[in-house]
Design a protein around this ligand. Sequence first.
Ligand code: MG
Length: 169
Amino acid sequence: MQHETFRIGQGFDRHRLVEGRPLILGGVLIPYDRGLAGHSDADVLLHAITDALLGAVAIGDIGELFPDTDPDYKGADSTVLLANVVGIIESKGWKVHNLDCTIFAQLPKLLPFKMPIRNSIASILKIGTDVVSVKAKTGEHVGTIGRGEAIDASAIVLLTEITDERSNT
Ligand code: MG
């Protein structure tokens, strides 16, 4: 196979907004009167990022690696699942070069939480906050997002090969 320098991956996820659950986005607890339903902590943004990483190395999706029928993953911390996948891509010789994500939510307003979310993701991926982009869109009051029935997230990631730093000295 020809030598590769980069791999690109994309991910998407959707979770329903319900009462009686905490809202966790990108590993950050967001104050809101509703949260996302799911078998795990339902962190829709980290799930999209996890799928983007898996897609870049073409090894399936988050549902295959962490089945929602498996009691081990009930209430699972999505930061741990993502860190696990970071370890997998590292073992295959890849690291994250940069990441661009979008959260689709009518409410709450996410502007005050963008920087904490970027810092949280950067720390899980072991990269700088300057290469982690988090954008937010409303649903323009229409559709599942606009009516506040769900929150969506999408992510695109570029991986680059891990090179031996010592060879540069
Ligand atoms: Mg999910």
